[in-house]
Write a protein that binds this ligand. Sequence first.
Ligand code: CMC
Length: 522
Amino acid sequence: MTASTIPSVPNTTFPKLGRQDLLADPSNRITENSLTVRDNRSGKVITIPIQHNAIPATAFKALKVSAPEGTEVDLDDHNNGIRISDQGFLNTAAITSKITFIDGDKGFLMHRGYPIEQLAEKSDFLETAYLLIFGSLPDKDQDTTWRYEVMHHTALAEDAMKVIGSLRYDSHPMSVFISAFSAMAAFAPEANPALQGRDLYQKNKDILNKNIIRIIGKAGTVAAAAMRVRMNRPFIAPKSNYSYCENILYMMDAVANGEDYKPDPRLVKALDILFILHADHEMNCSTATMTHVGSSLVDPYSAVAAAAAALYGPLHGGANEAVIRMCEKIGSVENVPSFLEKVKRKEELLFGFGHRVYRNTDPRSNIIKKVTESVFEACGREPLIDVATALRDAALKDPWFVERKLYPNVDFWSGLCYRAMGFPLDFFPVLFAVPRVAGWLAHWKQNLDQGNGKIWRPRQLYIGEQKRDYVGREEREEREVTSHKEGVLELPVCIVSDEYWVDGLTLGQHYQSKRRLELSKL
Ligand code: CMC
């Protein structure tokens, strides 16, 4: 049946909606703001209200059909309605939120209604964190209390320090960051819903606020401690009378510079603006992780550790580090065209370019570009800026990138900025994680406040084997080896001259697996 032959549809059914309160509208009428869907398998028609230009996925549960005749196990679950398939969440709104808005086509970003440009110019990190978490700019008293409380919760417990101190100088600072938050969870039984009751944070707003304050206060100290581990130097206690970013720079550098050390105010200001720009960005990978993990009602320290792990990857918060490695690899401006050709052949990725939501400029990248210039004035020019600028200019003119709407994102310039400030490469993602803690907590709190109480549990489309019977080891057919590449085979586990090989492992790992397999044979 073609689209033109589908008859006009009567309002026959109205599906029971899910618990997404904002979307639920039991009006049961075809209105202008609704979507009518006809299931051509059964002829069934449903009408779904559109709210906020969205429809609830649960509405499609009403479109049930029988499994094909003779099906023993219905792998496609026909009886429970149509499922929405969206790998990578390309078009799925998983929450309703009042925190951050992005217009990706216009390159516009605002937090709680305030454009990012105004916050970067007029606010500071702690005030922006308050805004994100509590919904409005603080009045004078709230502002004083908030700053006092955060800065008086910067110290880490001795035991947590011992855990951090036990990590080696060559540990990636993000691993230190993640481990520190896991350790803090262990040292805070009073903040653990597993021990104190699952509704600990819903019932007691003081405990909720106290732990938000503790986590924001300690995130900066953990970052500084990660740097000290990297330097193989003792930790330095925080100074609660310093500003948030001033204190972080102090804890990293004070011994070399003396106890009264005051970091350069130009660098403090630059870091503060970078922190504002990184504080939140709605449902990005790490914030979605925080929300997902938080939906199990685990304690917020463990949830922050999980979110930090999500941020660590090179497609997310690790991109600023990857940009510098890419610029170093390119080496000089003359090599830019050949590098871009490799990108177009999909042999390389242009790190610091592209974004799931922005299909125009990332407004944060324009602000960071200016901050980078101010950092160069204070610390000297970072030579890789020439390669980066040539990359940007060439990519913005090249139809391949223009057609795909690829523009510099927040990470393109921030790496250069951090590099000029003297931070080691592997430390960059930590400088992304510390401010993003504010956004993670804002979303965590919002979800608790909304009281949805639903654990995040997506569905899957099973495309594996149908039900089959177990075959004993002796009766199984031997599989043939089909390919062999430098000691690594493409088959999962197979036998070559009486030796076991495992797919995708390096030789060193292979021997370990081989040993394990041989042991398991005994
Ligand atoms: N370099 C080369 N090609 C790219 C890039 C890139 N950076 N980004 C996207 N593309 C290509 C992609 O391969 C696809 O090509 P085709 O149409 O030929 O298949 C096309 O552009 C459209 O991209 P997409 O599939 O819609 O991109 P996505 O939304 O799935 O991925 C992204 C978004 C940020 C993961 C991706 O752009 C990327 O990998 N960028 C580099 C890493 C990076 O800078 N990450 C930081 C993101 S901003 C801060 C943050 O969120 O942490």
